[in-house]
Each structure stands twice: as structure tokens, then as C-alpha cells.
Design a protein around this ligand. Structure first.
Ligand code: PLP
Length: 461
């Protein structure tokens, strides 16, 4: 069969050998990282200076004093001050396969030795169709019937693109529905949807958004009744003016609130009566439940029009049906992703799809149960300090100190110093949350992390 020069190039034994050599070298060095470790006194001095200088140049202090050294081992990461920490936040949900994973590195090398750094709409390589097929195949696993995918450079750009497709289809409808406490990103338009006043302070009004109460697990029927009542009021007040409803099925930045199938179905049924397109935002939930997509976890395969993915997927994208196909010119971008990211995305998604991660008995669910059990024990031991855990799959959150923002922040800083990176989410209550690197995390990692959480609690009582 006729082959391209590139096929010969990628199959050149020297490329495979080079990949093996790099992976071996990484592993040899990474394997020295075995446990949490404090900063090195000597490295600390220049580290602090670099951090100070960097903070000044970027125009503000980093949340954590975090600058990675460039290596890690599984869930552990080395910082440039020589310290080692458990990364249980993974760049807010990106480093699913943790740090210095040999297969991820090999996949990245494949992309890195390709002819260009970036891929764009005008010119992309043969790896893009392969990735598109994989993502669409996974999205259609239960017969959802999505037709297309548009790759883009960030989660919020996936949101922008899906909104544009919907507005074009539904024109002149211009209003958007979203859930209270939702987070969708921070562009000029999407910051109007993200339900946080501080994120749009001083910005001009670009979108008209009306909010719906999210699901309350303690009041199932009440949640449905309340949301339908609110929807009906909106549809009465603004007839034919709604184009889209944006749904974050598991609220991430809002504080790890988990929705419910019946609740979503009731909303979607009402929206469909009014020709409102359903956009599901899976930028944080993709690959985090026991299904690849949260819309599959909630059984909404037939009800969703567009799905945005990002973070864990390494590349960001809007998945959509033919009836939302944009007219030429509406969406495009100079570059959408790097070759390394496209190649790594394929490896990671394929691994999760085919290697024991999904389903009731899958690794994601097992890690969840294990961590939840540990945290629950801490709740029983320190009921005044810890409530929860909440969340689903590889998204786990706690309410600490009754959701007090200052104390929750203080906890995350102390936890960071003690060797575990978590983060906060939500407001009133603020929650402490973890995004487990499910691709690599082990029960031993969870034991260590839980112990450090307990030690940190002890420091604060
Ligand atoms: C649910 C959700 N949507 C959209 C975004 C925006 O993604 P990005 O920061 O990649 O633009 C985020 C980011 O945290 C998110 O959690």
C-alpha cells in the first residue's frame, strides 16, 4: 500500500527508540519522587525571589506559591523549591494522568516531532480526524446521535461557539437561561452567564441572562416544582425571546452540587416546548463520572443539543447536531490546539474509554467510593469541622468550618504547606474540593492525602 513520507517517518525505529529512551529517562528520574517532602532551604531562597518577581510581572500574586519544577510521579508533583506535593486539584481538572506519565509523554513526543507546533482550521494534521472520531464515537455510545465537533482553544471558547450556533439558529431570540451559581467562563459575553458579580464588575452588558434555581438533593419534588414555576414565569414574561439554556449538570466552580435526571428532564421538556436549545457544559465534568460524559451519567442522551468539553480532554470542543450547524464564517480560529495536545488527548480519552475506568466497577467509581469513605470517617470524627463529602466520581468536595470562606481558604493554604493541593469552590457555603488525577491515583495516594487532611484539621482546632 502506498505510504506517505510521514508514515515512514513515524514508523522509523529511531522515533520509537527515542520515545522509549525519553520515557525511560523520565521514569528513572521521576521514580525518585516517592512521597511528600518540604522545600529545600537552599532552593527556597531563589524560588521565593522568582515567585515575587513573577507575581509582580503578571500583575498579581498566585493563589498558591506554586511553580512546578517540570517533573512528578503519578499523583505527586515536584515544585521548583524542591518540595513534593500530592496534586489533588490537577490544574483545576486538567492533569488527569497526573505528572510525568510515560505513555502521555510518548503521545506528546509524537505530536512534538510533527511538522508544526499548532494546528488550525486552515491546516491541521491527520491526527485531528482520528481524535474527532474517537470523541464523537464516545458521545454517541448510547445513541445520542451527535453529528459534528468543533475544536477550540479553551473551555470558554467552546461556550462562545455553542452560543453563537444557537443564536444563529434561533435568531432573533437573544436571551439565555442558566442555573444559579453556574460557571461557564470569563469572556465578555460568557461572564454575563457565569453567576458571579465580581467576574463581570465594570464590564458592559453583552447578554441577557435569567437564572433558574439548581437542584436541591434534600427536596427533590420541591426542586422540580420551583424550577418549572420560574421557567413558566420567564416564558410568559419574555415570549419567544429565549435561544438557549446552559446547563452545568454537576456544578464545579459553584461548589460541587450534583443535579438529577428527572429534574433536568422536566426543564428540558419545558424548554423544548419553547424552542430553546439545550447546551450542556461539561468542561469540568468530562471524564469525571462513571460515564465519559455527564449527560450520559444522567441519561440525557436524546435531550441535549450541544455539549462543551474541555480540561481533561486536553483540547476543547463543542459537540453538536446537524440542525445547529453554523453558516460559513460564524465560527473559526487561527489555531485550535497543539499537535502534542491532540495526540495526548487521543491517548487519554482512549485509555479511559477502553481500560477499565468507566462503569459501576470502573476505576473512577472505585476511587470515589474509597475517598468518600475516608472523608466520611473524618466527618464522623470531626462533625463540627467537616460536612460531606459531596460530588460525584473524581469530583469531591467538603464543607469545612460551616462553609466559612476565610477559614476554608486558610485550610487550603495549610493543606498546601502540608503537601496536598486542593482548592475552594462556591460561595455561601464555600467548599473545599478535590479533582482526583483518576488516570493514576491509587488507594495508597488517597490514604496519604486523607492523613494529611486530618493532620491539617488538627492544626486548626
Ligand atoms: C464548567 C466550566 N465551564 C467553562 C469553563 C471555562 O473553561 P476555560 O477556563 O478553559 O476557558 C470552566 C473553567 O473552570 C468550567 O469549570
Amino acid at each position: 500500500m502506498k505510504k506517505t513520507i510521514a508514515q515512514d517517518f513515524y514508523n522509523d525505529p529511531r522515533i520509537e527508540e527515542a520515545k522509549q529512551l525519553i520515557a525511560q529517562t523520565v521514569q528513572e528520574h521521576a521514580s525518585k519522587i516517592t512521597q511528600v517532602k518540604p522545600a529545600d532551604d537552599e532552593l527556597k531562597q531563589s524560588y521565593e525571589k522568582t515567585l515575587e518577581d513573577f507575581s509582580q510581572k503578571r500583575g498579581g500574586k498566585l493563589y498558591y506559591d506554586y511553580l512546578g519544577s517540570g517533573i512528578g510521579n503519578g499523583a505527586l508533583v515536584e515544585l521548583a523549591d524542591g518540595s513534593v506535593k500530592y496534586d489533588f486539584i490537577t490544574g483545576i481538572g486538567v492533569h488527569y494522568f497526573g505528572h510525568s506519565h510515560p505513555e502521555v509523554i510518548k503521545a506528546q513526543v509524537h505530536g512534538a516531532v510533527s511538522n508544526t507546533t499548532m494546528s488550525g482550521n486552515l491546516q491541521q494534521n491527520i491526527d485531528s480526524p482520528k481524535l474527532f472520531n474517537l470523541i464523537l464515537e464516545q458521545a454517541n455510545k448510547y445513541g445520542a446521535g451527535f453529528d459534528h465537533l468543533f475544536m477550540t482553544s479553551s473551555g470558554v471558547m467552546a461556550a462562545e461557539n455553542s452560543l453563537k450556533m444557537v443564536f444563529q439558529k434561533r435568531s432573533p431570540a437573544y436571551r439565555v437561561l442558566a442555573f444559579e451559581k453556574c460557571f461557564m467562563g470569563r469572556t465578555l459575553s460568557v461572564s454575563q452567564i457565569t453567576d458571579k458579580a465580581a467576574y463581570r464588575k465594570g464590564l458592559p452588558h453583552t447578554l441577557s441572562v435569567d437564572y433558574l434555581p439548581f437542584y436541591d438533593a434534600n427536596d427533590h419534588q420541591g426542586s422540580i416544582d420551583r424550577v418549572l414555576k420560574r421557567l413558566k414565569e420567564y416564558f410568559q414574561r419574555y415570549p419567544d425571546q429565549y435561544a438557549a439554556i446552559c446547563m452545568e449538570l454537576i456544578q464545579g466552580e459553584g461548589g460541587y452540587w450534583v443535579g438529577n435526571t428527572e429534574f433536568f428532564q422536566a426543564i428540558i421538556k419545558e424548554c423544548k416546548k419553547h424552542n430553546v436549545s439545550v447546551i450542556v457544559d461539561e468542561v469540568q465534568s468530562f471524564m469525571r463520572t462513571k460515564e465519559m460524559f455527564a449527560f450520559q451519567y444522567f441519561g440525557l442522551d436524546q435531550n441535549v443539543d450541544l455539549v462543551n468539553i474541555g480540561k481533561n480532554s486536553q483540547v476543547c470542543a463543542t459537540i453538536y447536531r446537524n440542525d445547529h450547524k453554523p453558516q460559513p464564517g460564524l465560527i473559526s480560529q487561527t489555531f485550535t490546539s497543539s499537535g502534542s495536545a491532540i495526540s495526548a488527548a487521543y491517548y487519554m480519552i482512549n485509555e479511559v474509554a477502553s481500560n477499565g475506568f468507566l462503569g459501576e466497577e470502573g476505576k473512577i467509581e472505585k476511587l470515589h467510593q474509597y475517598f468518600a469513605q475516608k472523608l466520611n470517617r473524618l466527618h464522623e470524627k470531626y462533625p463540627q469541622i467537616i460536612e460531606g463529602p459531596w460530588g460525584v466520581g473524581a469530583m469531591i468536595g467538603l464543607t469545612m468550618f460551616k462553609g466559612d470562606l476565610a477559614k476554608s481558604k486558610e485550610f487550603t493554604f495549610k493543606l498546601f504547606n502540608n503537601g496536598v493541593i486542593g482548592f475552594i469552590a462556591g460561595m455561601a457555603p464555600t467548599r473545599v474540593r478535590f479533582l482526583i488525577p483518576a488516570g493514576v491515583a491509587t488507594t495508597k495516594d488517597i490514604d496519604q492525602v486523607s492523613k494529611i487532611i486530618e493532620d491539617t484539621i488538627k492544626e486548626m482546632i
